[in-house]
Design a protein around this ligand. Structure first.
Ligand code: PLP
Length: 359
């Protein structure tokens, strides 16, 4: 199968080789050394301010979203949640479950975030304390304007939690420059290793909040994770193999020009793909596309049918959409171990599919 989804994605040979080995025992100085190196590289790649810490949570990306809400916010907070799709909706649901007072900033699917969307909350006396955003709303392929959000949060003194799960290593992100207090990512997106680990980079203000707020959860307790992390360990058995694969990927990216060159590689793949489909009957769905994914709108053909036909007839996975968009929108990812030749294959397949249906 050729995989153009947004996760899990295709891994490179080095990562696959690690996956073929038995998981090593992990309460050892050797494994601790690898974990401490993972933390140093994550801090560096995220542009984290001095004094930041990274924790690795065994669980998918949502585990870190939940850990952020539980450990870093409490009932005295008032959060603004940017909600332009299913991942924004997930932050809202987490705030509800954990009784964090919040206000959604609702955006129409596919639309960019604009200054007008935030204007209503600017200088508000409603006592907002935090802002939560999925900087790339993967469900619609919309990348929000980090500078707009960053300025807004600085002006209003808001604690800024950024789910960059599908944006890390695909679009520029710099915690210090943008005043991001927490950045979250996951193993199965642009890190391109199997699912199972999510990563939280915590700036000084986030660390201070972990001291002050009691999480009332054992498995996702950040205080415990941070304390164990000081010696390169985790409170419980982590996804050891996935952490070794993350180490291999981070080292490889570091050795080949760092996040900037990885982002450039993904961007070039995305641009190449978009250039090849201009005469196909698909329209860009996102007003502000990320490099990670191209979301496409189809008027006359069922998006669901395209997904199923590509999977069953051609051995290719693209990403279907759920809910109201299921028939009209599908997504093509540009992350993982993909090359320009794979774009050519996919576009040939689109043409063959359309031709067979007389379009
Ligand atoms: C993939 C993704 C997540 C996490 O989803 P999991 O299935 O829990 O890994 C969260 N937010 C965004 C924006 C994502 O793209």
């Amino acid at each position: 199968m050729l995989n153009f989804t947004v996760g899990p994605v295709q891994s490179n040979e080095d990562v696959l080789k690690i996956g073929a080995q038995s998981a090593p025992y992990f309460r050892t100085p050797e494994f601790s050394e690898i974990m401490l190196e993972n933390e140093r590289m994550m801090n560096k790649f995220a542009g984290a301010p001095v004094g930041s810490r990274t924790v690795f949570i065994t669980g998918s990306g949502t585990a870190s979203m939940e850990a952020a809400v539980m450990n870093l916010l409490d009932k005295d907070d008032r959060a603004l949640v940017i909600n332009g799709g299913s991942f924004g909706g997930r932050f809202c649901k987490l705030c509800e479950i954990h009784a964090i007072p919040y206000t959604p900033v609702l955006l129409e699917a596919g639309h960019a975030l604009t200054a007008a969307d935030l204007a209503h909350f600017d200088g508000s006396d409603a006592g907002y304390t935090a802002l939560l955003v999925n900087i790339h709303e993967t469900s619609t392929g919309v990348l929000y304007d980090i500078d707009l959000i960053s300025d807004f949060c600085r002006r209003n003194g808001l604690f800024l939690i950024v789910d960059a799960i599908s944006a890390f290593l695909t679009d520029p992100i710099d915690m210090a420059e943008s005043g991001i207090d927490v950045m979250i990512t996951g193993s199965q997106k642009a890190l391109a290793v199997p699912p199972g680990v999510s990563v939280m980079v915590l700036g000084p203000r986030a660390l201070e909040r972990t001291e002050r707020i009691d999480s009332r959860c054992m498995y996702l307790d950040l205080k415990d994770a941070l304390k164990n992390g000081e010696r390169g360990q985790t409170p419980f058995t982590p996804a050891v193999t996935t952490l070794l694969q993350i180490n291999a990927r981070l080292r490889d990216i570091d050795a080949h020009g760092g996040p900037e060159s990885e982002i450039r590689r993904v961007r070039e793949l995305a641009e190449d793909f978009r250039g090849r489909i201009v005469d196909l009957p698909f329209k860009l769905f996102s007003e502000s596309p990320s490099n990670a994914v191209t979301s496409l709108y189809t008027e006359e053909i069922s998006a669901k049918d395209i997904f199923t036909a590509l999977k069953d007839e051609y051995g290719i996975w693209i990403c279907p959409n759920g809910g109201e968009l299921a028939e009209r929108v599908f997504r093509v990812g540009h992350i993982g171990n993909l090359r320009t030749e794979d774009n050519i294959t996919l576009v040939d397949v689109f043409r063959d599919y359309l031709h067979k249906r007389g379009i």
